[in-house]
Design a protein around this ligand. Structure first.
Ligand code: ATP
Length: 244
């Protein structure tokens, strides 16, 4: 893999190998560094290991070999509960299907990460006064009026509205890293680009590093760097990540 050493890297993977139980190695990454504030576009064919890599970066999975350093901490040395805490404090997630909870109000959905992370709750309060105020402010930045929408169930929101709520939830309490797994796949191409601009603006304002997975290669030029995961070959040899 061609990889420029980053001077201020927020993520460093070294000699990483990961295999699912009873499976071949899915990932082999000799070195990957992500700089603070970078917007990284992660691509690769279906099954190349993109979601697996996100799971490793988020401390949901641990590699059989190698190290994963995030914010200077070696995640593979943490216990499961420490990794859960670390993830809650420092990483926001936006999923393809957004995963909003229909039995919570829109504002409760956004403030949910603060229930799991006192660190994020404190940061959100420092920014907004109350968690509710901060959720409302984030929604406004993302172009939604919380007062008008909060009476509705999240399942009654349009896809574009749900997506913004999911972004507000991921960004509340200013996590250092935002991981987005195909969050634009349900949108038409014009809406995708305008949504990405909004996402970039928010990440810049909050100071969040963005790792974004998509099959839509047309979006890649909008990012500071593209990381391509190669397909796993039939013999089961390692997939290798390359920087584009
Ligand atoms: N929970 C699991 N248990 C066993 N194997 C898994 C599991 N999750 C993924 N895999 C395998 O790991 C490989 C990589 O899967 P992964 O979901 O990371 O790929 P992907 O690039 O995200 O694919 P897609 O673009 O289709 O979402 C695949 O061969 C998949 O079958």
């Amino acid at each position: 893999m061609t990889e420029k050493p980053a001077t201020d890297s927020i993520i460093t993977l070294r000699d990483l190998r990961f295999a699912w139980p009873r499976g071949h190695d899915v990932l082999e990454i000799p070195l990957l560094q992500v700089a603070r504030g970078e917007r990284l576009f992660l691509q690769g064919p279906s099954g190349s290991g993109k979601s697996t890599l996100l799971g490793l970066l988020g401390g949901v999975l641990i590699p059989q070999h190698g190290s994963i350093e995030v914010l200077g901490q070696s995640l593979e040395k943490f216990s499961g509960s420490l990794r859960d805490r670390f993830r809650a404090d420092h990483i926001g997630f936006v999923f393809q299907m957004f995963n909003l909870l229909p039995y919570l109000s829109l504002i409760e959905n956004i403030t949910l990460p603060c229930r799991f992370s006192p660190t994020r709750a404190k940061r959100a309060q420092a920014n907004g006064g109350s968690l509710q105020d901060e959720a409302t402010r984030l929604l406004r930045e993302l172009g939604l009026d919380a007062t008008a929408l909060n009476q509705r169930s999240t399942s009654e929101l349009s896809v574009g509205q749900q997506q913004r709520v999911a972004v507000a939830r991921a960004l509340i309490g200013a996590p250092e890293i935002l991981i987005a797994d195909e969050p634009t796949s349900a949108l038409d191409s014009d809406t995708r680009v305008s949504f990405l601009k909004l996402l970039f603006d928010e990440c810049t304002r909050v100071g969040t590093t963005l790792i974004f997975v998509s099959h839509d290669l047309g979006l890649a030029p909008l990012f500071s760097r593209t990381l391509k995961l190669a397909a796993i070959n039939r013999a089961g040899s390692f997939a290798t990540a390359t920087a584009a």
